[in-house]
Design a protein around this ligand. Structure first.
Ligand code: FUB
Length: 450
């Protein structure tokens, strides 16, 4: 119980409640540009949906973004996500060029019981000013998961991508979007028309691409967050102000450039059950082609002066994992400096996920925040492979913490699910550590308690 108490204590000090889902959170398709919102007590994520370029679509660039529709996902524990299926598709919106595969970063907001889904896409006709390019459309639903009814025209007066909508405490709604600069305009109460002329937001970096605005307010401070190319690829930056239309002043970096070299990033911020989270994307399932991306979430903390503490992307992500679920320890929190690594189970079928590899005496890998519950779990199952056979120890809280099971992985060239006895069960939430006891390489897919 010690770690659990420590967790609670540190949360009290930070003034927040921390849950600590594995990244990436969508595991059966590519997903990018996540906008997370809390509706009716659940977190809903509205990402864009990357796909590999269909071979028969000769008009499309093979090295570019390819997106034909949107899905919405929800969770009430940030660990288990439900895909509610496709909500808007390019061939179902009257004004969208249905051969453009250009359904980029969306947003969704609730007003008076209606859900307004904003999305950019290429127009199939020029507007009154002779402009084609990207427009921003709205689809409306009675429930966050839809069905959504797309309006027949895009919003008049808006050319650009990456819509974001903010409703201030006085009820005024604002639409932000990007096209070289970051733009803002007031929205009418109907949420589908501009109520003011678009204005370029001043004082943002002049050099380097900026896009993907997301604005939120906390304790009277308005945070305008953007992906910006300061060097070679995008990083997440923010500016602060005391009005939703600015002026804003650049205030820092929320997340550095992707360690995996993913050229884009795209953010949203949400508070859920007292904890703030940053949703963003990387290219975890497609490390060689960064236009097929995957969304992630990590906890976010503020300093007492309102500045944002930089977020380091993790594999572990957020949420509590039940000990009775298959625990993918390759989404580790910590690992030994030597003898431990992670690799795809199948480098072609990357959605099969990853494996942890331990290769050295005392190599270990740690997965935090596992809930063992109150009822005694008697067995542990491990899916593992070891050509020469190996012994694993399962410990709690730290590499030399309480030993709860020892598992002998038999010699063999194929994967086995091996069962062992839990010798010392402990209730509550613990960090789980798997330690190798010999020098024979062992690969681990998952571990589960029964
Ligand atoms: O997903 C396509 C584009 O990449 C988005 O609209 C940008 O924000 C960037 O993430």
């Amino acid at each position: 119980m010690k770690i659990y108490k420590l967790l609670i204590l540190s949360l009290i000090v930070l003034g927040t409640t921390c849950l600590s889902a594995q990244n990436p959170i969508v595991r059966n398709q590519f997903s990018a540009d996540p906008t997370a919102r809390v509706f009716n007590g659940k977190v809903y994520v509205f990402p864009s949906h990357d796909i590999p370029t269909p071979k028969d679509q000769k008009q499309l660039r093979k090295d570019w973004f390819c997106m034909a529709d949107y899905h919405v996902f929800s969770s009430d524990n940030l660990t288990d996500w439900t895909d509610h299926g496709m909500i808007v598709a390019q061939n179902k919106v009257k004004w969208v060029d249905s051969t453009s595969y250009s359904m980029w970063a969306p947003d969704c907001i609730e007003r008076n019981g209606k859900y307004y889904f904003y999305f950019p896409a290429n127009k199939n006709q020029s507007d009154a000013n002779g402009r084609k390019g990207f427009g921003i459309g709205v689809a409306i639903a009675d429930k966050p998961e839809g069905p959504y009814n797309p309006l027949p025209e895009p919003i008049k007066g808006v050319n650009g991508i990456d819509p974001n909508v903010f409703i201030d405490k006085d009820g005024q709604a604002y639409l932000y979007w990007a096209l070289g600069n970051i733009f803002v305009a007031k929205l009418k109460d109907n949420m589908t028309e501009l109520a003011s002329e678009p204005m370029i937001i001043a004082n943002l970096p002049q050099k380097g691409l900026k896009e993907g605005p997301f604005l939120f307010e906390r304790k009277g401070i308005y945070y305008l967050t953007i992906p910006h190319v300061e060097n070679k690829i995008e990083r997440l930056e923010y500016a602060i102000g005391n009005n939703p239309m600015g002026p804003f002043k650049m205030a820092g970096v929320v997340m550095d450039e992707s360690p995996m070299n993913c050229w884009t990033n795209h953010q949203s911020f949400v508070e859920y059950k007292g904890q703030c989270y940053l949703f963003y994307h990387q290219d975890a399932y497609s490390p060689k082609f960064d236009k097929n991306r995957s969304i992630c979430a990590d906890s976010l903390f503020f300093n007492s002066d309102g500045t944002i503490r930089k977020v380091t992307p993790t594999l572990r992500g957020v949420g509590v994992t039940k000990a009775s679920q298959k625990i993918e320890i390759d989404r580790y929190s910590l690992k030994s400096q030597t003898g431990s690594s992670v690799a795809f189970l199948d480098s072609i079928q990357t959605f099969n996920g990853w494996k942890a590899i331990l290769n050295g005496p005392n190599a270990w890998i740690q997965y935090n925040t596992v809930d063992f519950g109150n009822n005694k779990l008697k067995k542990v199952h491990v899916k593992a492979l070891s050509e020469n056979g190996s012994t694993l120890q399962v410990r709690l809280d730290k590499a030399d913490g309480q030993l709860i099971a020892e598992i002998k992985i038999p010699k063999g060239k194929s994967w086995n699910t091996v069962e062992a006895k839990v010798s010392k069960f402990q209730t509550g939430i613990h960090n789980l550590i798997v330690v190798q006891k010999d020098e024979n390489q062992v690969e681990i897919d998952w571990i589960q308690f029964k």
